[in-house]
Design a protein around this ligand. Structure first.
Ligand code: PLP
Length: 232
């Protein structure tokens, strides 16, 4: 095994143990926090290396990049992995994205909901979705405003082939992460009043996943802390 593989393995193991430690520190069960490795801007070969190390959940934010990568991985590996789509999704890319992604973290507007409902109308198994919250004042950042969560969630819950897992957020940089994670946690509480099963929280990235876990994150999306710097 090469040096690069060893370094990747080390970074991965370190993040896994930091997640465990963060969960234990706040009295949570480490098994209740799922690591989604964000593989964007890295090749299929790195995903295969991560599979050999034990990673099973991968996230991507651009369909143009993810579709061929997912195909390349599934041509070589028989491991049961799950692709998560975590980026802003254009309605015309929904069909392609849902051909590999089994979890959509970024459901954030009526037009996208409409496209997702259409794309899943014949599916056997419901699609797992998170509603993405916008934690900034900039509507261009994607996500719905926390005050609009409940009416939007009602529409998602009414969709037959969607399984609403919970809420997702990206810390805004406008506020301290703790403030955003608290906003997400409160939104999750409000959602659980409508739908007790929709209890999951997708929050936390390389810089802030431990803090997100303290605020209840159940899915952390960690890229560069595992993959190293992305090449643009
Ligand atoms: C890129 C990305 C991540 C991972 O970011 P890192 O800082 O590299 O851990 C998480 N979530 C989303 C939505 C992303 O686009």
């Amino acid at each position: 095994m090469g040096e690069q593989f060893e370094a990747l393995n080390q970074r991965y193991q370190e993040v896994v143990s930091r997640i465990e430690q963060a969960a234990l520190t706040c009295g949570r069960n480490p098994a209740d926090v799922e690591l989604v490795v964000i593989s964007k801007n890295h090749p299929a070969s790195m995903v295969l290396d991560l599979i050999s190390i034990g990673a099973r959940n991968f996230g991507e934010n651009r369909d143009q990049e993810a579709a061929p990568k997912a195909a390349e991985v599934s041509a070589v590996s028989t491991a049961e992995i799950t692709w998560h789509f975590v980026g802003q999704l254009q309605s015309n890319k929904v069909k392609s994205a849902l051909s590999y992604a089994k979890v959509l973290h970024s459901l954030d507007r009526d037009s996208l909901l409409k496209a997702v409902v259409k794309a899943t109308q014949d599916s056997q198994k419901p699609l797992d979705v998170f509603i993405q919250l916008n934690l900034t004042d900039d509507p261009g950042r994607g996500g719905i405003r926390p005050v609009e969560l409940e009416p939007f969630a009602e529409k998602v819950l009414a969709a037959e082939h969607l399984n609403l897992l919970g809420v997702m957020g990206v810390a805004s940089l406008d506020n301290p992460p703790a403030q955003d994670f608290e906003t997400i946690r409160r939104a999750s509480e409000a959602l659980r009043k409508l739908s007790p099963e929709s209890r999951f929280i997708s929050a936390g990235m390389s810089e802030d996943f431990e803090e997100a876990i303290a605020f209840g994150a159940t899915h952390v999306r960690v890229g560069s802390a595992i993959t190293g710097k992305r090449q643009y």
